[in-house]
Design a binder for this molecule. Structure first.
Ligand SMILES: O=C(O)CCC(=O)C(=O)O
Ligand SMILES: [Fe+2]
Length: 222
């Protein structure tokens, strides 16, 4: 009888999950090509295109709650939060839930929630180097990005650059936003940026969170 691996629960191949977890532990980030199912990427890409055509995306801001402001000089994408309204969204969120479970089992991270939004960067848009969460102030623990673009010419720009945790000037990786590619990293320590894109760039950015309960109030997801 084949023993059931504790990492086989996510719908992701166990070998790749092990690779992801090892990379997170050793370097704080992971990038995998052909990681997310291509048909699922195509469906999510179509869905985002429809939302964009119907003008259903909102300009993305920075900061949470009352500190939320639009800063086109810092980030230029338009977003919409996933809400499980389509089968493709449910499938994607289920894969992420499996990943959450695997991360909790392997690393005891106590992740309890996942929030994610579609993002569309129009031509010329970028997102300056940043951290997704400030140490001690937010409950985002692991950031994820899935890319949805079926073809991405090498001169189209729009790469995500990952920098070293201990030296934000040192470039560690440059990620082409090609469909199927999945990136994840520690939200509090890994600086990253999106280089200006020449073509419309489609992705889903998401965050595994720990519960931050302040004065009895549960911090809302977004
Ligand atoms: O789309 C990407 O490659 C990264 C996006 C990002 O850094 C963010 O939304 O916080
Ligand atoms: Fe980010």
């Amino acid at each position: 009888m084949t023993p059931i691996s504790p990492l086989s629960t996510s719908g992701l191949p166990p070998a790749r999950l092990t690779e992801l977890i090892d990379a997170l532990v050793e370097q704080g980030w992971f990038v995998g090509e052909d990681f997310i199912d291509m048909d699922l990427c195509a469906e999510l890409h179509r869905e985002l295109a429809v939302m964009a055509a119907r003008d259903e995306l909102d300009a993305a801001g920075i900061g949470r709650g009352q500190a939320h402001t639009l800063r086109r000089d810092i980030r230029g994408d338009a977003i919409r939060w996933l809400d499980r309204q389509s089968q493709a969204q449910r499938r994607y969120l289920d894969v992420m839930q499996g990943l959450q479970k695997a991360l909790n089992q392997a690393l005891f991270l106590g992740l309890f929630e996942y929030e994610a939004h579609f993002a569309r960067y129009p031509p010329q848009a970028f997102y300056q180097r940043h951290l997704d969460s400030f140490r001690g102030r937010s409950n985002r623990v692991i950031s994820t990005v899935s890319y949805l673009n079926p073809d991405w010419p090498s001169d189209a720009g729009g790469e995500m650059v990952i920098f070293a945790a201990d030296d934000p000037e040192r470039e560690m990786a440059r990620v082409r936003p090609t469909a199927g590619t999945f990136a994840c990293f520690l939200s509090e320590t890994i600086p990253h940026e999106v280089l200006p894109t020449r073509l419309p760039r489609a992705s889903i950015a998401g965050w595994f969170r720990r519960n931050a309960s302040l004065g009895g109030l549960v911090d809302p997801a977004h």
